[in-house]
Design a protein. Structure first.
Length: 331
């Protein structure tokens, strides 16, 4: 089966609808016919400042949410990035292969460092996409299910793989981004020019674990526009278009069908119905997450087994890379 890898950062108490529709839903649907490796990328999370106790807790909550959403540790390899030291090790080799100018062109860094404030931007945030390349290449992944914001990082990964293969001989598989049509970029409900984010402002994000009342209220107060008609128009009506896209992704009804359904009705009706669609969808996920977090020892066992499986694949790839770049093997 084709190999797939993806990761998600434990940078908030809960994932967002953007994470779910842009990436995690594909993680679940791909696991049946792929050899899937999914990780909670805690090394990536510390590219911005984290409280240690909070990070530990969020890593467990992240793993619980992934399982609650449908990632099955029996058919996917689910693990925590820092449990597999090969990620950081290959990350260093990849850094030495990356041009400074090349890394400087990454638009997510420009966006995040700007939102962060230049004074608190770390070198780790700058080299983040290079570590991500290592994550992917370590497993020889062919497909990488991610949201639109990650397209450029997967392109960089391909460039680095091609460079390594050219310099040291055929080693890495070239991965392809697998970006879903429809909800690849879920927008912030308060600032629909920006993508919904789990940790960065603006804060019009819908969180999977939020209380249903909070979610309904967020959707009710979503920024739309002064018009009345419920129709998709990404340029003129980005807010309404975003709400329709979320509805369509969750209900499985096409945008055209939804426009027809809301003919003669206003934004208020759309928001009311969407709030129901979203909270109905999330109720079982929340219940299952709570259940899983009641036994963190079991969760930790699952993650340890995942890390052991991941290392079986990662260790020989790293050993091959170390030999090829000319590191003297320890005697
Ligand atoms: N708004 C979004 N629409 C579609 N997909 C999205 N993703 C994130 N936001 C959206 C996808 O979710 C996956 C995991 O994201 P990540 O944790 O690696 O970090 P990110 O891309 O930087 O997303 P966030 O939620 O904004 O995280 P923070 O706040 O920590 O920076 C990725 O596949 C991403 O494409």
């Amino acid at each position: 089966a084709p190999r797939v890898l993806s990761g998600i950062q434990p940078t908030a108490d809960s994932f967002t609808l953007g994470n779910y529709l842009g990436a995690l839903r594909q993680w679940v649907s791909m696991q049946d016919d792929h050899d899937a490796f999914y990780c909670v990328v805690d090394l990536h999370a510390i590219t911005v400042e984290q409280d240690p106790a909070v990070l530990r807790r969020r890593t467990l909550v992240a793993a619980a949410q992934l399982i609650a959403l449908g990632v099955d540790p029996a058919s996917s390899t689910l693990f925590v990035q820092s449990h597999v030291p090969e990620h950081a090790q290959l990350g260093w080799v990849m850094q030495c292969l990356t041009g400074f100018g090349e890394a400087s062109r990454m638009t997510q860094f420009k966006d995040k460092s700007q939102r962060q404030g230049a004074g608190s931007t770390s070198v780790g945030l700058f080299t983040y996409p290079v570590l991500q390349a290592a994550d992917i290449l370590l497993y020889q992944a062919e497909r990488v299910p991610v949201g639109e914001d990650q397209r450029q990082h997967v392109e960089l990964t391909r460039d680095l793989a091609t460079r390594f293969n050219g310099r040291y001989g055929a080693t890495f598989t070239l991965p392809e981004a697998y970006i879903p049509p429809g909800a690849a970029k879920v927008l912030d409900l308060q600032t629909p020019e920006k993508q919904m984010s789990k940790s960065l402002p603006p804060s019009g994000g819908v969180f999977l674990l939020d209380d249903p009342k909070v979610t309904a209220k967020k959707i009710r107060s979503a920024v739309t526009d002064t018009g009345r008609e419920v129709v998709a128009d990404p340029v003129g009506k980005p807010g309404v278009t975003n709400l329709l896209a979320i509805h369509s992704a969750l209900s499985g009804r096409s945008t055209a069908e939804l426009e027809e359904h809301f003919t003669g009705r206003g934004y208020g009706d759309l928001k009311k119905e969407l709030a129901e669609v979203v909270t109905d969808h999330l109720a079982p996920v929340q219940a299952r997450t709570t259940e899983l977090l009641a036994d963190t020892a079991e969760l930790e066992r699952v993650l340890a087994a995942g890390a052991a499986r991941a290392r079986e694949v990662a260790a020989p790839v790293l050993a091959d890379v170390y030999a090829k770049v000319g590191f003297l093997p320890p005697a």
